[in-house]
Ligand binder design. Structure first.
Ligand SMILES: NC(=O)c1ccc[n+]([C@@H]2O[C@H](COP(=O)([O-])OP(=O)(O)OC[C@H]3O[C@@H](n4cnc5c(N)ncnc54)[C@H](OP(=O)(O)O)[C@@H]3O)[C@@H](O)[C@H]2O)c1
Length: 384
């Protein structure tokens, strides 16, 4: 029986993780759940899954949350400090990090320092501090099991292979809702249009990132750290059907791919269950009915965010941290309808040009870079 902590249990990945756990009650037990503001759903989850502990972000909902849980024997903690130090309240065998953005960084570091394996959905953690995280994992003998479907695919392709035989990692991308558009067409894109992803139902931030291809850019940087390859060995190919979840090309020219219907429960289950493949009844891909799998090159003139991410990944140091912080601020401003769709790229590019480069930042320097970049990006937004 694996004891699981889910950070971000009320989100898209968090709720699907709970479904996987419900389907495998003999294998997994919930130790801890966390949410930020959605107290109603957290109450429902806590009553159903009976974790020992919950952590809730927004203290303003303390009364509502505790009223809803008055008949339950659950320890409740509040705020960012409690989330960052969640290992003080539980000792899970695995933590699934499904928080959004940089909020996942410190809890993940804390988990690693406490020798807890990670099922990582929160890719921003690796983008901000990939080198520090991977070094810590090595030091504490901790495994990271990727939850992103692309990285899960690569992980599966690499089972039984030697690292030095990897020639290329090929990340597939659906292309998002604006795949066939030109740069000019993107000027007037609305929030509603950008939130309408063709293949996946996800949280708002990643859905916007998918539409701009920033999500793929973040995944390129995530892959660099997870699989210890240089950026020039990572390619992105648009595959609109989202059936091939990613591929690895080896030094003999062989390419391994992992395929399946687009359903996040599969990579979640693989990460929770590793090294066991768990039988399930999820929809199977049917080759005779779906006989058209297509591929095209991404257009980085139209989707410049992907280019910016490749460049930030190549430069390394604190550049991915700048890219991420500025993107988080820009996406938030777009979702609040303070800026236009293409302003997001402008703000990120200016941040990358203006914030000072540090070649080998330590954690404090990354946190400072993050704060500086957020301030710089917010000031830019005010002047748009
Ligand atoms: N969704 C997908 O299919 C998918 C696929 C691959 C990777 N990912 C990655 O997985 C992560 C989660 O994505 P998602 O789509 O599940 O996001 P989501 O639906 O927005 O859920 C985010 C979760 O984190 C909590 N949260 C948000 N901000 C927080 C903060 N500042 N402090 C503490 N908790 C916070 C939310 O709580 P409330 O609900 O209370 O606000 C919610 O439980 C992201 O890094 C994303 O890139 C997602």
């Amino acid at each position: 029986m694996k004891n699981i902590a889910i950070l971000g249990s009320t989100g898209s990945i968090g709720t699907q993780t709970l479904e996987v756990i419900s389907e495998n009650k003999n294998k997994f037990k919930i130790d801890l759940l966390s949410a930020n503001r959605n107290y109603k759903l957290l109450i429902e989850q806590a009553i159903k899954y009976k974790p020992e502990t919950i952590i809730f972000g927004d203290i303003n909902y303390k009364r509502d949350l505790e009223k809803g849980l008055k008949n339950e024997k659950i320890n409740i903690y509040y705020g960012e400090k409690a989330l960052n130090n969640f290992t003080e309240f539980c000792n899970p065998s695995l933590v699934l990090t499904a928080l959004v953005g940089k909020s996942g960084l410190i809890p993940t570091i804390n988990a690693i320092k406490n020798n807890i394996d990670i099922a990582l959905a929160n890719k921003e953690t690796l983008v901000v501090a990939g080198e520090i995280i991977m070094n810590l994992c090595e030091k504490h003998n901790v495994n990271i099991y990727p939850v992103d479907s692309e990285h899960s695919a690569i992980y599966q392709c690499l089972v039984g292979e030697k690292h030095e035989t990897i020639e290329k990692i090929i990340l597939t991308a659906s292309g998002g809702p604006f795949r066939n558009k030109k740069l000019n067409d993107l000027k007037k894109i609305t929030k509603e249009e950008a939130l309408n992803h063709p293949n996946w139902s996800m949280g708002d931030k990643i859905t916007i990132d998918s539409s701009t291809l920033m999500n793929k850019g973040l995944e390129v940087i995530e892959a660099k750290f997870l699989f210890n390859v240089t950026i020039d060995r990572i390619d992105v190919v648009i595959h609109p059907q989202s059936i091939i979840h990613s591929m690895v090309e080896f030094n003999d020219g062989s390419i391994k791919a992992q395929l399946g219907e687009p359903d996040m429960k599969l990579p979640i289950q693989y990460a929770l269950g590793f090294s066991e493949r768990i039988k399930n009844n999820y929809k199977r891909f049917n080759f005779s009915r779906n006989n058209r799998l297509t591929f095209e090159e991404p257009c980085i003139k139209t989707f410049k965010n992907l280019h910016l991410a490749f460049e930030a990944g190549k430069q390394g140091g604190n550049m991915p941290c700048i890219l991420n912080a500025s993107n988080e601020i820009a996406v938030d401003a777009f979702l609040k309808e303070k800026i236009a769709y293409l302003d997001m790229t402008k703000i990120i590019e200016e941040s990358l040009n203006k914030i000072s480069y540090i070649a080998s930042p330590n954690l404090d320097q990354l946190i400072e870079t993050d704060l500086k970049t957020r301030k710089y990006s917010k000031d830019k937004i005010k002047n748009i």
